[in-house]
Design a protein. Structure first.
Length: 280
């Protein structure tokens, strides 16, 4: 029997029940013998709204587009992380894949669903189930893996990601768009000789880009910039070469609590700034 026929029968039953209740109410108005009067409390009126709403929901779900029904099933699989047969899915979210072959065929091809021939289950992008497996997966990505690729692995995966960061088992760095998880390879921790540090810090970089390009070419490196060509184009097309303005008062560099230090591992770089701050 189709859903429409069930609704029609249900409405007929409602009309019949209302008619019966009306007859009972009219007969109750007649005087009754004292012995027949009951002192029991009247029963609560029968309500049919809850079942009617459920039938209307089922009807709306099964009339909805294929994509909407697929989303309903995927949401059920994602939130429960359980495997369901087609009959169980129909009971849980009212999507009847026996009657709607298009939904069934689409579900079998859906990248977020796994079908073993009998039951459907959620298929995450990476098959990890706990923090230990999550750490093992991240360690296989030396160039990092986006957190967005891990968020559907299991329900509390993002909490485990933060826990691994707190325990310094991984690096969780944020770019302008998303967080990237990197393995923290302790074998990469090396000690740099002080003489090498001093040599690096004493090396002066020329302020003129022409000199920088000459030094790069001298060592067999190709500069990314071409200052000669840029300056020639500026003169040809009448574009003045931008020069630093010395008349403006240079803003004092101060380190405060809100200053973001990106080279905190080189404290000597900030000695001059700290000195100027202390003098002020």
């Amino acid at each position: 029997m189709s859903l429409k026929e069930q609704l029609d029968n249900f409405k007929k039953q409602q009309v019949k029940c209302q008619s019966t209740l009306s007859n009972i109410a009219s007969s109750s108005r007649k005087p009754m013998p004292a012995a027949a009067i009951s002192h029991n409390k009247p029963s609560a009126p029968v309500k049919f709204s809850s079942d009617t709403e459920r039938l209307q929901l089922i009807n709306n779900v099964r009339k909805s587009p294929v994509g909407a029904q697929i989303k309903r099933v995927i949401t059920l699989l994602f939130e429960t992380r359980q495997a369901f047969t087609r009959e169980q899915i129909n009971e849980k979210c009212y999507v009847d894949m026996h009657a709607n072959k298009a939904v069934f065929e689409s579900m079998m091809k859906n990248p977020k669903a796994h079908y073993d021939g009998r039951r459907f289950s959620y298929k995450a992008e990476h098959n990890v189930n706990d923090k230990r497996e999550l750490l093992s997966l991240i360690n296989t990505y030396p160039d990092g893996i986006a957190a967005s690729h891990l968020k559907d692995a299991y329900p509390n995966v993002m909490e485990d990601l933060q826990a691994l960061k707190a325990s310094e088992d991984i690096w969780l760095l944020s770019n302008s768009q998303e967080d990237i998880a990197y393995p923290n390879d302790f074998k990469c921790e090396i000690t740099v000789d002080d003489d090498f540090k001093a040599l690096f810090r004493e090396t002066e970089v020329p302020s003129d880009m022409l000199e920088v390009e000459k030094e790069l070419k001298k060592h067999g490196l190709k500069p990314v910039t071409d200052t000669v060509a840029r300056r020639a184009a500026e003169q040809k097309y009448g574009i003045g070469i931008s020069k630093p303005k010395h008349d403006k008062k240079k803003r004092k560099q101060e380190i405060t609590k809100r200053t973001k230090l990106t080279n905190a591992h080189l404290p000597e770089l900030f000695q001059s700034l700290n000195a100027s701050t202390s003098l002020n």
